[in-house]
Write a protein that binds this ligand. Sequence first.
Ligand code: SF4
Length: 226
Amino acid sequence: MQIIEIYRSIQGESSFAGLPCIFVRLAACNLRCSWCDSEYTFRGGRKLTSTEIEEEISRLSPSGLVEFTGGEPMLQVRELVPLMERLLAKGYTLLLETSGERPLEQVPAPVHKIVDVKCPGSGEGGSFRASNLKTLSHRDEIKFVLTDRVDYEFARDFMRSQGLEKAVNSVIFSPAFLKNPSSERDTSNCQLDPRLLAEWILEDKLNVRLGLQIHKFIWEPATKGV
Ligand code: SF4
């Protein structure tokens, strides 16, 4: 498999936020979101066998949370799924961060999928694969990254029209971060002010989770490998 990095840090952006987690960051992505903070994954990385990845995960922690992220992990689905099955058998709890563009039918049921629906401001609006809605369960989370009011209204209307509130564990509305953030660990680096987003959510009585990428408030926002 083509891997950018494997490391242990704090999970930053889901209902697992705040928990220690091993991240396996896979190389390559077929999308180009305007606010992407992982462009360094688009090329390069190192080839590791799934056995080597498994060994590295065990070395970092014999149990707990493991998140597959990228890039787009589902581009390496053929090797990823058997690896996930082996890690589940060992008792790990698995998270999968995915853009929502690749088919998700093959993902083992116990894996917690964190699935993006790209909003217009990402430049990749319309990339969500509608058939993925059928694969969602109460283990899963849907995430909308928002740059402005247009994105917010898109997310609100999509969520309502698809009945997402009842279909998944969590619907996350998360302000996009600036492409080139300053070193300040505060909301000045958010493209959409979280306070404004909070007001809109309350005004519309939405049952969603306002997600802040907490790793960007713990470490400097541009820090990699955290
Ligand atoms: S899907 Fe993720 S990795 Fe790919 S361009 Fe968008 S934000 Fe970046």
